[in-house]
Design a protein around this ligand. Structure first.
Ligand code: DAH
Length: 328
């Protein structure tokens, strides 16, 4: 049966090259799997060759075995490499499909409502971060925001509100702007406090702006974030740059009102501080409060993302743990 080996060798080579070409041409993981079964499967083409080995003379068998094993390894390697290709493009496609970025969504929404997206510096002047927002040096509100001071009197901005000031200075009224960005607080870190987090500031300055306008925009904003109608309420809240100032609460999205662990049995969740712009703030930026007024809000993007994705520890967000990141 000496003649068998060259024939076997030729058809084995043929099988190998066709299979590799077909693997390369496969367009889906399903096609790959079908090919695997056909060629490498338990009753597949390669297996037929192994079965024929039994018919070979013992001296031929060793050489044939080597050839067969080499072919098998080559095919398996080609298969694995194609599987990796699909895993990668599959992952990329999935990321493209599922990539939800709260900031981008909110930018698009506000853009459609006539708002400009502004950017401000992370290293701020004391004036923009505090004074121009009606928080002078001796003001107790400065203690509410533990500050990273830099040499030379500048600081890392403690909130995105200074971008309001820059917007008013640069654009003047009427004005509709939002400013998403990173902010810094000199705090000790725990499950709900980070030294670095994200806010989205918003401001509208126009004639006859009222709390009704504020509520309308906030409800539109929250509808976009949570993809459903939300019930809101305003409580008084104190911030030097707004008067009146409010804390806007939403009815708990988990229990819908009766109370649950998420809303700490209260039925409402505190979501976003806002208010009508304090006339002092307008005046300091060169806007006449007799003619113009406005509303402002400061959305805690980090907290919102945590609520939306059910993240219970803020430290995960900057922790760089791939096991955490890979869930998204
Ligand atoms: N800047 C405030 C903070 O970080 C949040 C804030 C409150 C922003 C009220 C506003 C506002 O625009 O009107 O604590």
């Amino acid at each position: 049966m000496n003649y068998f080996t060259p024939m076997l060798e030729r058809s084995l080579q043929e099988l190998e090259s066709t299979a590799i070409a077909r693997l390369a041409a496969a367009r889906s993981p399903e096609e790959l799997e079908a090919l695997r079964v056909e060629v490498l499967g338990r009753k597949g083409a390669l297996d037929q060759f192994f079965k024929q080995m039994g018919k070979l003379a013992p001296e031929e068998r060793a050489r044939a075995g080597k050839l067969l094993n080499a072919a098998k390894q080559a095919l398996e390697a080609a298969l694995e490499s194609r599987k990796r290709d699909f895993a990668e493009t599959g992952l990329r496609a999935r990321l493209d499909r599922e990539w939800v970025d709260l900031t981008r969504e909110l930018e698009e929404l506000f853009f459609s409502l006539g708002f400009t997206v502004l950017d401000g510096p992370e290293v701020e002047t004391e004036y923009h971060n505090f004074d121009a927002l009606n928080i002078p040096a001796d003001h107790p509100a400065r203690d509410m925001q533990d500050t990273f001071w830099l040499d030379g009197g500048n600081l890392l901005r403690t909130h995105t509100s200074p971008v309001q000031v820059r917007g008013m200075e640069r654009l003047g009224p009427p004005l509709r702007m939002i400013a998403p960005g990173r902010v810094f607080r000199n705090e000790s870190v725990d499950a709900s406090h980070e030294h670095t987090f994200y806010q989205l500031e918003g401001m509208m300055v126009d004639r006859d702006v009222s709390v009704a306008h504020l509520l309308y925009f906030m409800k539109t904003l929250l509808g976009e974030v949570f993809h459903r109608d939300v019930t809101v309420r305003l409580r008084p809240g104190y911030f030097p740059f707004v008067e009146p100032g409010f804390e806007l609460d939403i009815q708990c999205l988990i229990c819908g009102g009766p109370g649950c662990p998420v809303c700490k049995q209260g039925g409402w969740v505190e979501l976003l501080p806002c208010g009508l712009v304090n006339p002092n703030v307008l005046r300091m930026s060169g806007i006449d409060p007799e003619e113009w007024n406005g509303f402002a809000f400061g959305l805690g993007l980090t907290r919102l993302a945590m609520m939306r994705y059910g993240i219970d520890d803020i430290r995960h967000l900057q922790g760089g743990d791939l096991r955490f990141l890979e869930q998204f």
